[in-house]
Ligand binder design. Structure first.
Ligand code: SF4
Ligand code: SF4
Length: 420
């Protein structure tokens, strides 16, 4: 009986003059190292569909200049599970290749790259989630957001009443800590923030290990991964921060409702992302004020934390509103209808976070401050808790895929075909 595939051990010869020699041998030689071969898992129906489509695209290559997916595709002749996961996360769902494709439905080849990629992409969030059982939350992402919101609101409304009495009170001059002590807020949100960072980090680590196996053979000549890592990281960061691949390859933008190009998806993403980062900066500056300088909130309207928070809140109003508008108009062929609750739930949480935050700022000197503060904190808690199990994951996984692409393109093509 043949040995199970999981037990096979590949011996990779480490001689520097033959670094591409890979073989399966019974006994390792003195100057060889052993690397376990991972099982070749069967593809799911959605992964199979991506593989089928990419075989067609690899013969056609019309869309080569549109985004990073097609150059990455041309470095492969066949598409295994890890390849489909990597390429699905490299796809920005801009829609350009669907509108340009001569084989798109109703053609019998039924090539719909963005839709096939979207279905595999969400499965990767599910499969690599940490802890693994919570990956199931992606299957009910809309419900997850609704439950998290209800729990967050109930928790902070009850806590506000337990700690400070009635939700409507005599004005407190914007002193939030008269409702919730500073150390309580710092402890609760600090712990949740650390969990979010850890969970997302573990998830993307699993993804990276799947798409970049340690045993990946190197081409015989050219730079090593270690040599290209720094410039690749800079390029990936640049592509992620500028959302380069929402430009459609020609700089005119994505397709949304039809064949027309628009840059609004990129712009609304920028409002959202940089709004989020400004809010994060506001919190960080306020933390430094509190612990390093001993300056305690409430801060004046013209102070750095309040200005940063206000600008961030405005960005988080404009961005998600625009993304929701685009999402409602988007050609249904671009994506997977089952993922709409996840997309719209995340957008709704971002909108609620900014709207309640700005309302709290506007009425912080009134009797409604306690109520507004409890509502805002409940929404923020729901947003934080769902970050590792909702749409937010796409930014993390896509950044990792961009890094892999930037590394891979600097290495010699292992196919060594033609001019390669
Ligand atoms: S999406 Fe269509 S046009 Fe573009 S490379 Fe694939 S098969 Fe060719
Ligand atoms: S939808 Fe856009 S980003 Fe995705 S593969 Fe097609 S052209 Fe590339």
């Amino acid at each position: 009986m043949s040995q199970p595939l999981t037990d096979l051990i590949a011996t990779v010869r480490a001689e520097s003059d033959a670094p591409d020699a890979v073989g399966i041998e019974g006994r390792p030689t003195a100057n060889a190292r052993t690397i376990p071969i991972r099982p070749v898992l069967p593809l799911s129906a959605d992964e199979n569909e991506v593989a089928r489509i990419l075989q067609i695209c690899n013969a056609c290559r019309y869309c080569e200049g549109f985004c990073a997916v097609f150059p990455a595709m041309t470095r492969r002749l066949e598409f295994g599970r890890a390849d489909t996961h990597y390429l699905a996360n490299l796809c920005h769902n801009c829609g350009a290749c669907l509108h340009a494709c001569q084989y798109a439905p109703p053609h019998e080849f039924a090539v719909n790259v963005p839709q096939a990629m979207a279905r595999v992409r969400v499965k990767t969030y599910h499969d690599y989630a940490w802890p693994a059982p919570l990956g199931k939350l992606y299957e009910r992402a809309g419900l997850t957001v609704a439950v998290a919101l209800a729990v967050g609101l109930a928790l902070f409304l009850v806590l506000a009443m337990a700690m400070a009495g009635p939700l409507l009170h005599a004005p407190l001059a914007g002193n939030f800590y008269a409702i919730f002590p500073h150390n309580f807020l710092a402890g609760v949100f600090g712990a949740v923030f650390l969990f979010v960072v850890f969970a997302l980090g573990m998830g993307v680590r699993r993804f990276w290990r799947e798409v970049t196996p340690a045993s990946e053979p190197q081409a015989p000549r050219g730079p090593t991964i270690a040599e290209v890592r720094a410039p690749a990281a800079a390029e990936a960061a640049h592509a992620a921060l500028r959302l380069k691949y929402l430009g459609g390859g020609h700089g005119e933008g994505c397709n949304e409702a039809d064949d027309a190009f628009t840059l609004w998806r990129r712009r609304f993403h920028h409002f959202t992302f940089y709004g989020f980062m400004l809010c994060f900066a506001a919190t960080s500056v306020a933390t430094l004020y509190h612990y390093l300088l001993g300056w305690h909130a409430p801060y004046p309207l013209t102070s750095t934390p309040v200005v940063l928070g206000t600008l961030g809140g405005i960005g988080l109003l404009i961005g998600p509103t625009g993304l929701l508008w685009l999402n409602l108009r988007r050609d249904p062929q671009h994506g997977d209808a089952k993922q709409r609750p996840m997309d719209r739930g995340f957008i709704a949480l971002l909108l609620l976070t900014s709207a309640t935050g700005l309302a709290l700022l506007a009425w912080r000197d009134t009797a409604a401050m306690g109520l507004l503060l409890a509502v805002h904190l409940g929404v923020v808690m729901a947003l934080f808790l769902t970050l590792p199990y909702g749409k937010f994951a796409h930014g993390i996984f896509r950044s990792a895929a961009l890094l892999k692409f930037a590394i891979e393109k600097r290495l010699p093509n292992r196919l060594q075909l033609g001019s390669d």
